[in-house]
Ligand binder design. Structure first.
Ligand code: APR
Length: 232
């Protein structure tokens, strides 16, 4: 079966009402990355950091998957699909996508500050100071902060190397190492980008940029890949 790898970012959840990071009005306009999304921030002011992610978690839990998430899940009917997302929401899963790899962690999970292999599901929307792992140390959001390693890259890179079709949707491709995944797509793979903005990066000539919002762009994408549907 043809392998499709979807690399998604905040823009795929924009039509669900969740803010992107770098657009005008985006999250990083109202918050400083250094105050809420770094290990230093956590040491300096864990209350501010937990409050920030508690709010993100609440908003994500109230949001619903949009048409773009659903179209991506429907691709599974005809293709072997892996979604590699930078998003920490669970809207791909709630739309029905089976193979979702979260590069930057997951809002719904916490992890031990003592032993990073201890990962828990957060019940309700709040992680609180005083919530502890089974070894007695404080739990932190299970989020990859700026300056931290991205362990899921190890799983992502081989997926890219086997891709026949790569779809980038709703990401500014400004944050590495995630952005580097697109550059790892095999030369003979078909590459598409869905994003309503002009991207501030140089794209190889054969990349098709569908300059639309995620839901509309997915409709075009589905038509464009129709010829590959039965070529296995
Ligand atoms: N449909 C599709 N794309 C959209 C839409 C939409 N409705 N609205 C905005 N976009 C596009 C923007 O044009 C932009 O290119 O989504 C992209 C969002 O880019 P960013 O805000 O930079 O988000 P992202 O690329 O996911 O950020 C990467 O940075 O701070 C972090 O850890 C955070 O995972 C995040 C990472």
């Amino acid at each position: 079966m043809i392998n499709i790898v979807v690399i998604s970012g905040a823009g795929v959840s924009a039509e669900s009402g969740l803010k992107t990071f770098r657009d005008s009005g985006g999250l990083w306009e109202n918050y400083s990355v250094y105050e809420v999304a770094t290990p230093e921030a956590w040491f300096a002011n864990p209350k501010l950091v937990t409050d920030f992610y508690n709010e993100r978690r609440k908003q994500a839990s109230e949001a619903l998957p949009n048409k773009a998430h659903k179209y991506i899940a429907e691709l599974q009917r005809a293709f072997n699909v892996n979604v590699i997302t930078q998003n920490v929401d669970d809207l791909h899963e709630r739309a029905g996508s089976k193979n979702v790899l979260h590069l930057h962690g997951e809002l719904r999970k916490s992890r031990s500050t003592l032993d990073e292999s201890l990962i828990y599901t957060i019940e309700g929307n709040n992680l609180n100071l005083g919530d502890k792992c089974e070894k007695g140390s404080q739990l932190r959001p299970h989020i990859v902060w700026f300056g931290e390693a991205v362990p899921a890259m190890e799983e992502a890179i081989p997926l890219l190397s086997r891709a026949d079709i790569v779809l980038v949707i709703g990401t500014s491709l400004k944050v590495y190492p995630a952005a580097g995944l697109f550059e790892m797509a095999p030369e003979n793979s078909k590459r598409f980008i869905i994003d309503p903005s002009d991207l501030e990066i140089n794209l190889p000539k054969d990349v098709i940029h569908i300059k639309k919002v995620a839901s509309k762009g997915m409709e075009d994408f589905i038509q464009l890949i129709k010829p590959y549907e039965h070529s296995y």
